[in-house]
Design a protein around this ligand. Structure first.
Ligand SMILES: [Zn+2]
Length: 227
């Protein structure tokens, strides 16, 4: 919609929102694999396709590059980041299993009513949220909110080293890009609910266990992508 408005020359539209629209559009194509991992992303083609100039496309791509979803090579330009290898996948999950259950335990110990209300809100947004236009945007939106949910728990846990290390890996975007499947989202919601129940009860051991199970089960679901 933003893009159409720009097309009609709406001068009141701020360039930032054009960039956001272009960003969302490329992001969804990357997450749904409409732009295949490893393939080139020609700026002129995308700009023509979206009916915008090349400037917002460049800006959107550099934002996606910071998230690790695309990369830029000298003389070649932008390409979609290749899919995770099985080794990278296993390394990521082993790392998550080391730090996130402990993060959930610490978060349960530090939980306040306001912090709990905030993560409950994020969880509810994941389950219902604004009506998504199609399956693709629903899935890519889910990936982003899931990243936010896990990041908030680590923020409440209060260990900034754990939080920033995990955040710099953009694990959710890479993991969700492996597989485009509605089962991934439904089961994750149920596991998040178990985690929230532990937080509500103020039970740090149960929170640690629920997070460990959630990560193990996510790993098992996404492992299918390699078979
Ligand atoms: Zn999750």
């Amino acid at each position: 919609m933003l893009l159409q408005r720009e097309h009609q020359g709406d001068a009141s539209l701020r360039p930032a929102s054009v960039v956001d629209g272009v960003y969302d559009s490329i992001y969804e194509r990357l997450m749904s694999l409409a732009i295949a991992p490893g393939s080139r992303i020609p700026i002129d083609v995308i700009a023509r396709d979206l009916g915008v100039s090349q400037t917002p496309v460049r800006e959107a791509l550099s934002r996606l590059e910071r998230e690790g979803l695309v990369h830029k090579a000298h003389l070649i330009g932008y390409s979609a980041t290749p899919q995770l290898s099985r080794k990278q996948f296993e390394d990521l999950f082993n790392f998550r299993l080391l730090v996130e259950p402990e993060g959930a335990r610490l978060a349960a110990l530090n939980m306040t009513p306001a912090a709990l209300a905030h993560i409950e809100e994020i969880a509810a947004d994941m389950a219902h949220g604004a009506a998504p236009v199609d399956r693709t945007s629903r899935y890519s939106r889910f990936a982003r909110i899931d990243a936010h949910f896990h990041d908030e728990i680590l923020r409440i846990a209060g260990n900034e080293v754990i939080r920033s290390t995990l955040s710099s890996q953009h694990v959710h975007l890479h993991l969700f890009r492996l597989m485009f499947h509605s089962r991934v989202t439904q089961e994750a919601l149920e596991e998040h609910e178990n985690l929230l129940a532990a937080f509500r009860a103020g039970d740090s051991a149960a929170a640690e266990t629920a997070m460990r199970k959630h990560i193990q089960q996510s790993r098992d679901r996404l492992m299918l992508a390699f078979e």
